[in-house]
Ligand binder design. Structure first.
Ligand SMILES: [Zn+2]
Length: 191
């Protein structure tokens, strides 16, 4: 069986590539060992539109929406975004350090950006994610686990879990059991 997604030099070949300037080198010796799930929508609660790409590339126009005035100066990024229709977008190469987690801690290891890949789902904490998003997320996690063997099977977490009290995403709407079920089935298909 051929893989649905493939990777070349730390970029997913099937993703739409929108290179962000917001990244750095990982610390010496730090590989990818954690996957972090987030959500984002711009403006909040609205889907579609060009604003997430613009935000991650420091091109958000503050005058386009009152909320953008608050965030336009922030320099942030994520490796991936999965849009409502399942479109996969990549902003930062996976061997680089994207700026998605902020102050964070995973099992006594601080600064999760150093050793994680960030995956944004277009959405909110309270609205069900789409079938297409779960399908692409399963394919992407399966690919990343294959490419970066340092990612342990349980090293899959939410932003809220590594930044409690500060972040809430991906929120109650995210169905972790559905993701785990999808991943288990994907493994069976490959066996
Ligand atoms: Zn987040």
């Amino acid at each position: 069986m051929t893989a649905v997604l493939t990777m070349r030099e730390h970029w997913v070949e099937q993703a739409r590539k929108v290179p962000s300037p917001n990244f750095g080198e990982r610390p010496a010796g730090a590989g990818v060992s954690l996957l972090v799930i987030h959500n984002i929508s711009l403006p909040p609660g609205e889907f579609g539109g060009p604003y997430i790409d613009a935000f991650f590339c420091n091109r958000l126009e503050p005058s386009d929406h009152p909320y953008f005035e608050e965030i336009a100066g922030m320099q942030v990024s994520s490796h991936f975004l999965i849009r409502r229709d399942g479109e996969l977008v990549q902003y930062v190469a996976c061997d680089k350090r994207a700026w998605h987690a902020g102050r964070s801690c995973w099992r006594d290891q601080e600064e999760c950006n150093d050793f994680s890949v960030g995956i944004e789902l277009e959405g909110t904490d309270h609205e069900a994610y789409t079938d297409a998003q779960y399908a692409v997320l399963v394919d992407l996690v399966t690919l990343l686990r294959a490419e970066y063997p340092e990612i342990a099977e349980d090293a899959l977490t939410g932003h809220a879990d590594i930044a409690p009290g500060r972040k809430t995403d991906p929120g109650e709407a995210f169905d972790w059991a559905r993701l785990q079920h999808g991943l288990a089935n994907a493994g069976e298909d490959l066996a």
